[in-house]
Design a binder for this molecule. Structure first.
Ligand code: PLP
Length: 495
């Protein structure tokens, strides 16, 4: 069955997978969604016998139906190779009923590598399939982790260029160093005087600027996005939830068909949406637990059906990759819970744009029963890191700790202690070393990041990853800082 993709705001805009990947965002501002989601055509037992690459192919072929077997397999092989520091690509660390799904074994030690290592190859393949000769310029706003993962993925990939915008002062020291030391002749890294939402809004504005687009085309370029709004990022993320289930099954932790909970530390709603899609495709999932930090716009949304970014203060937290008030991918969920209603979605998104708030209908709310929303304060997040370390000798990063703390609250509230639970572990503790070490012991608060790496290695017994060793003496190659309104100018100089 051929799967087409339509805009969440206008179902008459229909593209193939490769066209949707190339385009990123629809012209009407909507996001591309599959018109229907296929069901898995193999059993979990069969999946359990496959390695990550084989599984990735089995899942992606169901949705990216206009790619040939050879094309998909080649993209997968180029993406999931020895850039990962563990052959399994995703690693399950089980403590009792809880399994941490470590998604940080890729080149930039955060989960975004799982999708951004394959996106450049999907994109170049999509360009070739559609006879596109233009250079593809990737524009990306980042709250920290996307930026580096996209830079690493696209660096020196022929026929592409990439500009990454990050909130200056709004990312961790390691995140910033990882980005500003990025090599490659086709990369540009720009700090903006503003927060992530402003960076994201700026990028969206460039995408919807028709005049600017024709200027780019005159110069043999066209824009695309590596943000999690690109369907080419979303679909590869379905794979590791199936992988987690299959691994639990082969280890005898669960019986075939047994439902599991999945907890996801959430920002832009991409990662958890992939888990939702996995469930729609047949993964036995009980609850999808959406964990927010103090920017708890999603927690409130799941509580009362009102999405309100207007009446709240944006907060900088120790989990910066979740410091987001506009969760872009939520638009896809809105579309689905409205019964794939493009008019309704367009109406609500217009409200969000103009008033900063919208409310969903009771019928739509009824379709949210798969979800449980929770949030963790900074204190609860730090306590979670400390508790898990003290009890289990395992050190998680701050984002994963938000998920862990929310899961704890979920269990308290529901009494659901039996359901096996997978916590998406989205970053290596090395990436947020300062907050992690201070959470374990306040004495580390004033220690330099670089000294803390050695301390963390001692405490955790986990070797310093290559990604960290590399930035220790790398040269800063990018030092541009601009105002949000000057982002276009910075892009223009790349054309
Ligand atoms: C991006 C990111 C998140 C949030 O993921 P979304 O898909 O945006 O919800 C959580 N943790 C880490 C470490 C991240 O990099």
């Amino acid at each position: 069955m051929e799967i087409m993709f339509n805009s969440t705001r206008d179902r008459s805009i229909r593209l193939t997978a490769s066209q949707a990947i190339l385009k990123g965002l629809s012209d009407d501002g909507g996001l591309f969604v599959p018109e229907s989601l296929p069901h898995f055509d193999r059993s979990m037992e069969e999946f359990a016998k496959m390695d990550y690459r084989e599984l990735a192919y089995e899942i992606m072929k169901l949705i990216f139906t206009d790619f040939t077997e050879e094309e998909l397999k080649s993209c997968i092989a180029l993406a999931y190779d020895e850039k990962f520091d563990d052959d399994r690509k995703a690693v399950l660390h089980t403590i009792g009923n809880t399994s941490y799904l470590e998604l940080f074994h890729g080149p930039t030690i955060a989960f975004k590598d799982m999708a951004l290592s394959i996106l450049p190859h999907l994109m170049v393949t999509s360009a070739r399939k559609n006879g596109v000769k233009n250079k593809i310029i990737i524009l990306t706003a980042t709250s920290g982790d996307t930026g580096k993962a996209a830079l690493a993925g696209f660096s020196d990939v022929e026929g592409t260029g990439i500009a990454v915008f990050y909130p200056k002062g709004g990312v961790s020291k390691v995140q910033e160093l990882q980005m500003v030391t990025q090599k490659g002749s086709n990369v540009k890294v720009i700090g903006i005087e503003g927060n992530f939402d402003q960076a994201q809004t700026g990028v969206k504005e460039i995408f919807s600027d028709k005049e600017f687009e024709s200027k780019a085309r005159e110069r043999g370029c066209q824009f695309s996005s590596a943000n999690s709004i690109n369907i080419g990022r979303l679909v590869p993320q379905i794979v590791y939830y199936v992988y987690a289930y299959a691994t639990l099954l082969s280890k005898g932790e669960i019986k075939d068909g047994e439902k599991i909970n999945i907890v996801v530390p959430t920002g832009n709603f991409g990662n958890i949406l992939a888990a939702y899609y996995a469930k729609q495709m047949g993964l036995p999932v009980a609850k999808l637990i959406c964990a927010s930090n103090e920017n708890k716009v999603l927690y409130d949304f799941f509580g009362n059906g009102v999405y309100d970014k207007a009446h709240r203060q944006f907060k900088l937290t120790s989990s910066p990759s979740m410091d987001i008030l506009i969760s872009s991918n939520l638009e896809r969920l809105i579309y689905h819970i409205a019964g794939n209603d493009d008019k309704k979605t367009a109406e609500l998104m217009k409200k969000l744009r103009e008033e900063g708030v919208y409310e969903i209908t009771d019928d739509m709310r009824a379709n949210l029963k798969d979800f449980f929303g929770g949030f963790a304060s900074e204190e609860e997040t730090f306590a979670e890191i400390r508790t898990v370390y003290e009890k289990s000798d395992y050190i998680t990063d701050t984002h994963t700790a938000v998920a862990g703390a929310v899961y704890r609250k979920y269990v308290e509230k529901t009494g659901d202690t039996d359901t096996k639970t997978v916590i998406a572990s989205t970053a290596s503790p090395y990436k947020f070393v300062k907050s992690v070490m201070a959470a374990i012991d306040k004495k580390y608060e004033s220690t330099d990041d670089f000294e803390l790496f050695d301390e963390l290695e001692k405490l955790s017994g986990v070797k310093i990853p290559k990604a960290i060793a590399e930035i220790r003496d790398a040269k800063v190659l990018h030092d541009i800082v601009c105002k949000p309104e000057d982002m276009k100018k910075e892009v223009e100089s790349m054309l």
